[in-house]
Design a protein around this ligand. Structure first.
Ligand code: NAD
Length: 283
C-alpha cells in the first residue's frame, strides 16, 4: 500500500469542464456565438475513429458543435487543402484539426501550413509553435497544454522544480519542455541519444515520459516522491492499455502518477475543446 497520489486526468477534465468551460460557452451563446470545431478524418484508422468519438462526446457535454468531416483514404491532397481553405473563410467555424495519421500521399506539413493560425486548435502550425516558444499567448498544442494543466490542478508547482522530459517529438516532448520552462521550471530534455538517462532522472522533481515505448520507465529509475506524468498509450497483447511507464513499479516510489488510461488522454481532449472556445472568444 502506498500513499501515492493518482492524478486522474479524467476527473480533472470533468471538473474543469463543469466549472470553467460550460460557463464560458454559455457567455458566448448569450452573444449568439456557438463555438464550432471541425475534425477532418481521412481513411478508416480504428484508433483515429475512437479518438474522434471522444472529442465529439466531450464537445457535446460542453455544449459546443463538433462536426467530423470524413474522407476516403484515396482523397487527394488538393481536395483536403481546398476544404481547409473553405474552413479558414467560414466565420461559423472556430477551430479545425486534421486527425493524424494521414495517408502517405498527403503532406502533413502542407496541411498544417494551410490551416489559419487563428483556427489551429491543435496548436501545430509554425506560427502557433513560434508563439509558444516566445511565451506569448496563443493556441497551445493540446497534449503539452493538458499536461501542464493537470500538474497544476493536482496541486504541484512547476516554478523552480527540476522537470525531466523524456522524448523530443514536435507534438509532445519539445513543446511541453518549453511550456514547463515558461512556468519557470529547470528543464532537461532526454531522448534516444541521451547517455546515462538515470543520472538525469535522479535529480528530477517531475518526470514527463513521452517515448512511445510500452512500460519504458520502471520504478527503480524514479526518485522517491517524484511526480510522474505518463503520456504514452499502447495496447498490450492481452488487450489492456498501458503507458510509457511501468505503473505497478512506479506507483510504489512516485509521489504522484498519472494513470493510463484516464490520465493525459482526457486532458488532451479537454485542451482541444478549451482551444476551440478560446478561438471563438477571440474572434
Ligand atoms: P515519437 O515517437 O514522435 O517520439 C518519441 C521520442 O522518444 C523521440 O523523441 C525519441 O528520441 C525518444 N526516445 C525513443 N527511445 C528512447 C530511449 N530509449 N530513451 C530516451 N528517449 C527515447 O512519440 P510522440 O508522438 O512524442 O508520442 C509519445 C507517446 O505518447 C506515444 O506512445 C504516443 O502514442 C503517446 N501520445 C499520447 C497522447 C495523448 O493524448 N495521450 C498524445 C500524443 C502522443
Amino acid at each position: 500500500m502506498t500513499n501515492t497520489q493518482i492524478i486522474s486526468g479524467k476527473d480533472i477534465a470533468t471538473h474543469l469542464l463543469e466549472t470553467k468551460l460550460v460557463p464560458r460557452v454559455n457567455t458566448l451563446k448569450e452573444k449568439g456565438i456557438t463555438p464550432k470545431l471541425v475534425v477532418i478524418l481521412v481513411g478508416d484508422h480504428p484508433a483515429s475513429a475512437s479518438y474522434v468519438r471522444q472529442k465529439e462526446k466531450f464537445a457535446d457535454k460542453c455544449g459546443i458543435i463538433a462536426e467530423t468531416w470524413r474522407y476516403e483514404a484515396e482523397v487527394t491532397e488538393k481536395k483536403i487543402l481546398e476544404e481547409i481553405e473553405r474552413i479558414n473563410k467560414d466565420k461559423e467555424i472556430h477551430g479545425v484539426i486534421v486527425q493524424l495519421p494521414l495517408p502517405d500521399h498527403i503532406s502533413i506539413q502542407k496541411v498544417l501550413n494551410t490551416i489559419h493560425p487563428s483556427k489551429d486548435v491543435d496548436g501545430f502550425t509554425p506560427n502557433n509553435i513560434g508563439e509558444l516558444f516566445l511565451g506569448e499567448p496563443t493556441l497551445q498544442c493540446c497534449t503539452p497544454k493538458g499536461i501542464i494543466t493537470m500538474i497544476k490542478e493536482s496541486g504541484h508547482e512547476l516554478s523552480g522544480k527540476n522537470v525531466t522530459v523524456i522524448g523530443r517529438s514536435n507534438i509532445v516532448g519539445k513543446p511541453v519542455a518549453m511550456l514547463a520552462l515558461n512556468e519557470s521550471a529547470t528543464v532537461t530534455i532526454c531522448h534516444s541519444r541521451t547517455k546515462n538517462l538515470n543520472e538525469h532522472l535522479e535529480k528530477s522533481d517531475i518526470i514527463i515520459v513521452a517515448v512511445g515505448i510500452p512500460e519504458f520507465l520502471k520504478g527503480d529509475q524514479i526518485p522517491a516522491g517524484a511526480v510522474v506524468i505518463d503520456v504514452g498509450i499502447h495496447r498490450k497483447d492481452d488487450g489492456k492499455l498501458c503507458g510509457d511507464v511501468e505503473f505497478e513499479s512506479a506507483v510504489e516510489v512516485a509521489g504522484a502518477i498519472s494513470p493510463v488510461p484516464g490520465g493525459v488522454g482526457p486532458m488532451t481532449v479537454y485542451s482541444l475543446i478549451e482551444n476551440t472556445i478560446e478561438s471563438a472568444e477571440r474572434n
